[in-house]
Design a protein. Structure first.
Length: 257
């Protein structure tokens, strides 16, 4: 992305047609940019650093989003950042079934936040009392070892999702990584929460290693040790984070060569 194209695309999505309207919005967010100055931007100029944050808010660009990061780097004429050099959150869920089962629900959430250097800076873990719990859940419970008594005593789904949302937003990560992002995204949607920021580690691992591969086999191929007991949300999230770091090391080694 270059600055001119990115700026125009973001402005178009925000539906701001006139320099006067954009100037007013920037001022509402604490910046100062006259209409003539904005017209210079339209002809290839760039805002000064002090006006970048007000401009992004005026264009309805979320703080920490991919769009903001890429525009910042385009403004500074820096190359696009690798996914492995960004702050991320890695999440895993334990559920009562698979997405094809309409009654499947989240019963445990585990997540870790990593900074741009891959250092863990926070974690989230909670059991979830689901709104639906049928006899079919016994198969999944036998795998993850979570008892009915444990989840029935857990906080209600709405309480956990509210706490999760606050924790996730507090870390401001532009990407939400999961080993099987399609699965976890669907489970979160059923719990009443969603984000467009999902990044699938399974798809990346399959492209790098070969055949469709589960988390345990991917870790074995990459020399990654499990971070704890399998089929529990926080240990699996930490294991996925270790795998993510391992792929990052491989990418950086290739760049350095």
């Amino acid at each position: 992305m270059n600055w001119d194209d990115g700026y125009r695309e973001s402005r178009g999505r925000a539906g701001i047609r006139s320099a006067v309207e954009l100037s007013t919005r920037i001022e509402a967010h604490g910046g100062r940019a006259s209409a003539p100055a904005i017209r210079r931007w339209d002809r290839g100029g760039r805002p000064d650093r002090a006006n970048l944050a007000p401009l992004f808010r005026a264009l309805e660009i979320e703080t920490g989003s991919d769009e903001e990061i890429e525009l910042l780097r385009a403004w500074a004429d820096l190359p696009p950042r690798s996914v492995f050099d960004r702050p991320i959150v890695v999440v895993d869920t334990e559920t009562t079934g698979l997405p094809r089962d309409d009654t499947a629900r989240i019963i445990e959430i585990g997540a870790v936040a990593l900074d741009q250097f891959g250092v863990e800076i926070g974690s989230f873990a909670s059991y979830v009392c689901p709104d639906v719990l049928t006899p079919a859940a016994d198969v999944a419970l036998a795998i993850n070892g979570i008892t009915r008594e444990r989840i029935q005593a857990a906080p209600q789904r709405s309480t956990v999702i509210e706490a999760w949302d606050l924790w996730y937003r507090a870390h401001g990560a532009p990407l939400l990584v999961a080993y099987n992002a399609e699965f976890d995204a669907e489970m979160f949607r059923r719990a009443g929460w969603d984000t467009p920021a999902w990044w699938c580690l399974f798809r990346y691992a399959t492209a790098e290693i070969g055949d469709p591969i589960n988390l345990a086999n991917a870790c074995r191929e990459m020399g990654v040790e499990r971070a704890g007991i399998a089929h529990r949300a926080l240990p699996d999230a930490r294991t996925a984070a270790e795998l993510f770091r391992a792929f990052g090391r491989v990418e950086r080694a290739g760049i350095e060569e």
